[in-house]
Design a protein around this ligand. Sequence first.
Ligand SMILES: [Zn+2]
Length: 101
Amino acid sequence: MARKQQPAAPPASKPKISRMCMVCRTRREKRDLIRIVKTVGSPPAIDLTHKANGRGMYVCKSADCVNQAQKRKVAERAFSCAVDAALYEELKELIGSEGNG
Ligand SMILES: [Zn+2]
């Protein structure tokens, strides 16, 4: 009596990958963070896909963390380059549009 072999069971739920906010050092899931990526030859930019190549850093989707990042020049230090104020404005807009529900 031949029995069909069951395919190996898929692995149980994947471990959740958490990333650390560069400002408050809290670990969160990626969806609770905004990624900023610095690619060679381009200024730092928001990476909404979380998939862009380059050096990345994460900031909470919180106005506090974005304001702190701007004040303390966290991104400037992380990427060792100038960061346009427009980037922070973009971050604040992103948070504003998600936060005030
Ligand atoms: Zn934070």
